[in-house]
Design a protein. Structure first.
Length: 604
């Protein structure tokens, strides 16, 4: 393949303590590019259906993009595919920080980790290969401690360490992988997969150069994009200053923030945790991932109160939802402390928040008696349950499972606010219809990331409650652009400033491969389709694409969006339109014969 790629993938077999280097046909890079595209291809070909996600047949597939390791702005992210222990279907996660560049500079475009180690292990990956080391002394330590110990032992501060905490070791179904302390591949449970493989950490330490096909023009293009980013008021002034909480005020005004387990429509006290409060009550200095001019990350220190002196990166919007509005607790210090604990334990904040809120609801309905009182607005209750989840003690053993398991065991089917067993992010789907569509058709479940439709619902159209065709058209257009940008592995913050022509130009000067806009749209469609087909083989169909019954039966009771409710007929109409746009049948099934023939042809 051309420049921009390392033209190798690394396969690591933990069961045998062996590794091997492989090459992929040029056609695969051409038709999937890298990052999410390459990961989707390898996921479909490598991971069988109906396997135990915590068994030896599951694999962790890490990929980087052609722009990784170059100055192209926000290109410092990696992608990870695996079968989710939380949802039981296709999962993909990604993370920023320093990891992606160090991965690629080891000389590979992808890393496939398979099997189960005989004993607790960590890996050191360099340009020369893989070293298997004992992690017996690291087992039980939190993610931050593990990173610090490994870096000290190696004497290489510039190395990147990906690690799990106790939650991953204890197979909490939504355990994360943590790198650079505060960067996480968070949702869907990749940390549990690592834990099941007795893999405590992976160290990447490479120095290989990444070459461009036309370096002068590519670096000029990168410079132009950086300058454009710095001139963009939303990217620089807003995202740089506030990070992901930048839209919190607008969400509160629309009633789009979920409150008390999605049972209320207004967070009374949101001003105490919003972006202005963060600036007022936390000492903030800015940080950036690799190749990023935006610097949205904020290293924050709690100035006062019970948690004074605590340092975290954030808090991000999802933390303000997970430990703020979802429990009706407007306390920045508490949110920061929960943020710190979840990161150290390696536990997805959104998923543990859903589990605890579900438990509180079950307690209030007389369905659950843990031996102590569960209630909203109670910081000690949240703390106690989080610690029980981490160790899987008492009721924590149930809360460490997936939401459908909790529903079934407690006789509360349809109560959890999830799609495909992944709890919603911090955006209320009954209020924000574009976000609802994102949740419905995302291959990994209730996630808004594919098209960031909260921006459309909040700003680009007057009414977030609308189901008009213009909003649908914006969704599929954004989904295609975001998917191609995910093949580069660019940050979501810059993806809004890209179009398909930008992507084509970057690929031309970086890799030497020329693409028409229509071809990039076909690649996006192909990625959506093979991931959907894998899920179909797991038994997924149209029935799994609807919002939970609470969204259709329980209107928002109060606040700016009082009375808002999901509309099944409109959701059906949008699903029909989406399936038709993607070339799938009425049940959401892609054309398997044509896809398989295409994939087989890549190896000719």
């Amino acid at each position: 393949m051309g420049k921009g790629y390392m033209n190798r993938i690394l396969r690591i077999d933990l069961s045998k303590n062996k590794f091997s280097t492989e090459k992929l046909p040029k056609k695969i890079y051409r038709e999937f590019i890298g990052g999410k595209g390459l990961g989707a291809y390898l996921f479909y070909k490598e991971i069988k259906n109906r396997i135990d996600p915590l068994g030896p047949e599951n694999k962790l597939i890490f990929t980087v993009g052609p722009a990784t390791g170059t100055p192209y702005p926000t290109s410092g992210r990696y992608c990870l595919f695996y079968k989710s222990p939380l949802t039981g279907i296709c999962a993909n996660s990604n993370s920023g920080g320093t990891a992606a560049e160090r991965m690629k500079r080891c000389g590979y475009d992808a890393f496939i980790i398979e099997g189960i180690a005989e004993r607790e292990t960590y890996l050191i990956i360099t340009e020369d290969g893989v070293e298997f080391r004992s992690a017996a002394d690291l087992w039980g330590k939190d993610a931050f401690e593990t990173e610090e110990i490994i870096k000290k032992d190696l004497g290489r501060e510039e190395s990147t360490v990906l690690t799990i905490g106790p939650a991953g070791e204890n197979l909490v179904k939504y355990a994360m992988i943590v790198n650079d302390k505060w960067r996480c591949a968070g949702r869907c449970g990749p940390g549990a997969v690592m834990g099941s493989k007795k893999l405590k950490a992976i160290v990447f330490n490479g120095y290989k150069d990444v070459e461009a096909h036309d370096p002068d023009r590519f670096y000029e293009l990168s410079k132009e994009k950086i300058e454009e980013s710095l001139k963009n008021i939303t990217l620089w002034d807003s995202y740089h200053k506030y990070g992901t909480p930048v839209h919190y005020d607008n969400l509160a005004a629309e009633g789009g923030i979920p409150v008390r387990g999605f049972s209320e429509g207004y967070f009374d006290g949101w001003e105490k945790v919003g972006p202005d409060a963060i600036e007022e009550h936390l000492s903030v200095r800015h940080q950036a991932c690799g190749s990023c001019p935006i610097s949205c990350a904020r290293l924050s220190r709690v100035r006062e109160g019970k948690y004074a002196g605590l340092e975290i990166e954030g808090p991000e919007h999802e933390l303000l939802f997970s430990f703020g509005s979802n429990f009706n607790i407007p306390d920045l210090g508490f949110i920061a402390a929960c943020n710190d604990y979840a990161d150290r334990m390696g536990m997805d904040c959104e998923s543990v928040s859903h589990a605890i809120a579900f438990a509180i609801d079950a307690y209030n309905l007389g369905k659950l008696d843990p031996g102590f009182e569960l209630k909203y607005e109670d910081q000690e209750c949240v703390w106690k349950l989080m610690k029980m989840v981490t160790t899987r003690t008492g009721i924590g053993d149930l809360l460490a499972e997936d939401l459908r398991t909790m529903e079934k065991k407690l006789g509360m089917e349809g109560h959890a606010m999830q799609i495909k067993n992944l709890g919603f992010g911090g955006y209320e789907p009954r209020v924000m219809k574009g976000v609802a569509l994102s949740y419905m058709v995302n291959e990994r479940g209730g996630c808004y990331q594919k098209a960031s439709m909260y921006l459309v619902d909040l700003f680009e159209m007057a009414d977030p409650l609308s189901h008009d065709d213009e909003k649908f058209d914006l969704f599929v257009e954004r989904e295609d652009i975001f998917t191609i940008a995910d093949c580069f592995m660019l940050c979501k913050f810059i993806q809004d400033s890209l179009d398909m022509e930008d992507c084509a130009d970057a690929l031309k000067f970086l890799t030497g491969e020329e693409y028409e806009v229509e071809e990039l749209m076909e690649i996006s469609n192909r990625i959506q389709s093979i991931l959907r087909l894998w899920n179909v083989h797991e038994g997924m169909s149209r029935k799994d694409d609807y919002l939970p019954k609470r969204c259709y039966e329980e209107p928002i009771p109060n606040g700016p969006a009082e009375g808002a409710i999901a509309d099944r007929e409109e959701d059906d109409r949008w699903l029909d339109m989406y399936y038709e746009h993607r070339g799938w049948d009425k049940d959401g099934r892609p054309d398997e014969k044509n896809l398989e023939e295409f994939l087989e042809g890549l190896n000719d």
